[in-house]
Design a protein around this ligand. Sequence first.
Ligand code: FES
Length: 384
Amino acid sequence: MDAGAPLDPRAQIAATVGPPLWLLAEITYRCPLHCAFCYNPTDFAATNDELGTDDWLRVLREARAAGSVQCAFSGGEPLLRDDLAVLVAEARRLGFYTNLLTSGVGLTEARASALKAAGLDHIQLSFQDSTRELNDFLSHTRTFDLKQRVAATIKANGWPMVMNCVIHRLNIDYIENIIDMAVELGAEYLELANSQYYSWALLNRDHLLPSREQIERAERITNERRRRYGERIRIFFVVPDYYETRPKKCMNGWGSVFLTVTPDGTALPCHTAKMLPGMSFPNVRGMGVREIWYDSPGFNRFRGDGWMQEPCRTCPEKEKDRGGCRCQAYLLAGDAAAVDPVCDKSPAHRKVLEAVERAQRPDVCAVREMPLIFRGPAESKRLI
Ligand code: FES
């Protein structure tokens, strides 16, 4: 080969882009819960042709061959798929580290044994709150007692337990109880992830965005509890983007680490990217994972910095945050290639400030006349 010849575009991408280390297998959008902050697309009811077992087994093999090392089975509720243990077993055989992200609904003793035998490494169990009333209200189901039983099943099977609780205005004032409950249930890790405002959470933002005062109190209490519990539990507290002045490096950078495959086989650089207008994303039914990752226009669209506009293009921090989140840029600024409006250099930053300002107002905090919109097939069909 001529050493001075320029690399062809494919070789250039392969030279600069690492493998899709993290595979998120969203194996179904079906879910028995109806969470008002669900990150699944609001039009999920339009997806009704789920990939079959053989397709998923092929995706796992192709992803592993392309360099994926971690596989999370998610949904919807992944336990609604009868073939979950088959998929987990194949993922483990291939050498993946395997996670199950679940509400706990369907994790009976028998399913737990089957997943243990399949080699499942780790379970993340979601709670909505530390009280039955609020947990069941927020998920619009009676699942609080079941989740307590499932937590015991997880411990009895020797899995490390990550508890996840999405935090928002309606439960943030009870954060001490949520942490204490996680310790009592024996969780090794607790993720207190403030809701991010996409999909269903965006529809309900006026109900869910906490005030600054609430966030400051919650952080203070979380730090107190960290000191109290020491090594017994690791607690992660994720502040909502809206209270930052620099955006997060969403997905660690578009097309750099994360590969999401949705229930119908659409491959995405993040779980909400399908809504971005003017973009097309490949489907694993028609294209192999390696080709999707390195060659498809959707995955290449926001790699590098050629796509960046000002102020990102000349920003000294552009490698640190990669311009923030493409989905948030589209949702708040109307342009997926704009700087994420969370950044205070963004011309659309006032939209974030307005939302934060609304969250401080007592009249908006009591939006009784505007009901919460709970995730569900009927609502989703209405929103298509
Ligand atoms: Fe899609 Fe951030 S959620 S890029």
